[in-house]
Ligand binder design. Structure first.
Ligand SMILES: Nc1ncnc2c1ncn2[C@@H]1O[C@H](COP(=O)(O)OP(=O)(O)O)[C@@H](O)[C@H]1O
Ligand SMILES: [Mg+2]
Length: 240
C-alpha cells in the first residue's frame, strides 16, 4: 500500500509535481505512465526518500517516508532508472551487502542468489566488478538484490529499458509472481508496449499532474471514442 497525498515538488521555482494524490493498493501491478519529463522519476525519488518532498506526504505500508524512513525503507525495494551504483563492488559482494542489511539467513541467501542470477544469466558474472557490467546486467543485479530481501512493495523506474527480450520476459514474469504473492508492484514507463499485458491499473501523468488513475477497462469506458490505449494516451498527453 502506497499513499501519496497532496505532493508537490519544485526545481528552483518551477513546479514539476503538482498536488499529486495517488493511493495504490496491495496485490496489484500499477503502471505509472507518461512522456519523457512528465515527473515519473521525480515522484519515485520522493516515494523512496531520495529527494525531499516539498509539499504533502507519502507513506509506504503506513510508514511516512520522511518521518519514519528506516521503517518505510524496509517495506520496499527500488530498481532506479540509472542502475550505476556500487560499481566498485563485485556482483556477489553487492548481494551479500544487501543480505547483511536485511538480515537474510545465509542458506536462503545462497539459494535465492543462485536461482535468480541463473534465471537472469548473470550467475557467471557474480565475481566480476559491477563496473564491468552492461546496463542490463547492472539492472539485473539490482533486481536480484530486491528479490533477495523480498519486500512487500516493489518500485521500478523504467525497468524494461535496456533489457534484452529474454530478460525482459523474465522480469515481467517476476513482477507477476510478486503480485500473486500479494505484493505491490509499481513501475514507470514512457512506453505502452508492456503496459497492456502487465498492469492491473495505470496512472497517467504529464507535466507533474495526474491525468488518470484506474483500470484499463475504466480508461476505455471513460474514453469510448478511442479504439486503443495508445490513442487515449496520446490524446491525454497531447500538449497542443
Ligand atoms: N535535478 C533537476 N533539476 C532541475 N529540473 C529537473 C531535475 N530533474 C528533473 N527535472 C525536471 O523535472 C521534470 C520531471 O522530470 P522527471 O521526473 O525526470 O521526468 P520523467 O522521469 O517522467 O521523464 C522535467 O521537466 C525535468 O526537466
Ligand atoms: Mg524518468
Amino acid at each position: 500500500m502506497i499513499n501519496i497525498q497532496n505532493v508537490s515538488k519544485f526545481y528552483s521555482n518551477k513546479r514539476v509535481i503538482d498536488n499529486l494524490n495517488l493511493s495504490i493498493p496491495k496485490g496489484k501491478i500499477i503502471g505509472f505512465i507518461g512522456p519523457n519529463g512528465a515527473g515519473k522519476s521525480t515522484t519515485i525519488k520522493m516515494m523512496t526518500g531520495i529527494l525531499p518532498i516539498d509539499e504533502g506526504s507519502i507513506t509506504l505500508n503506513g510508514y511516512d517516508i520522511e518521518k519514519q524512513p528506516i521503517e518505510a525503507k524496509r517495506c520496499f525495494g527500488l530498481v532506479p532508472d540509472r542502475p550505476d551504483m556500487f560499481l566498485r563492488l563485485k556482483g556477489i559482494e553487492y548481494l551479500n551487502f544487501i543480505g547483511d542489511i536485511f538480515n537474510i539467513p545465509s542458506e536462503i541467501r545462497q539459494e535465492r542468489i543462485e536461482k535468480i542470477t541463473k534465471q537472469f544469466s548473470i550467475y557467471e558474472a557474480l565475481h566480476d566488478y559491477i563496473q564491468t557490467y552492461s546496463h542490463g546486467m547492472r539492472q539485473k543485479i539490482i533486481v536480484t538484490g530486491v528479490l533477495l530481501h523480498d519486500p512487500p512493495i516493489w518500485i521500478l523506474d523504467e525497468p524494461l529499458t535496456g533489457l534484452d527480450p529474454k530478460s525482459s520476459f523474465i522480469l515481467k514474469e517476476m513482477m507477476r509472481e510478486n503480485k500473486q504473492r500479494g505484493n505491490t508492484v509499481f513501475f514507470s514507463s514512457h512506453g505502452l508496449e508492456v503496459v497492456e499485458q502487465l498492469v492491473d491499473e495505470i496512472a497517467i501523468i504529464n507535466h507533474g499532474e495526474l491525468l488518470f488513475y484506474g483500470s484499463l477497462k475504466e480508461l476505455s469506458e471513460q474514453y469510448p471514442s478511442y479504439d486503443s490505449l495508445e490513442k487515449v494516451f496520446l490524446e491525454l498527453t497531447n500538449d497542443a
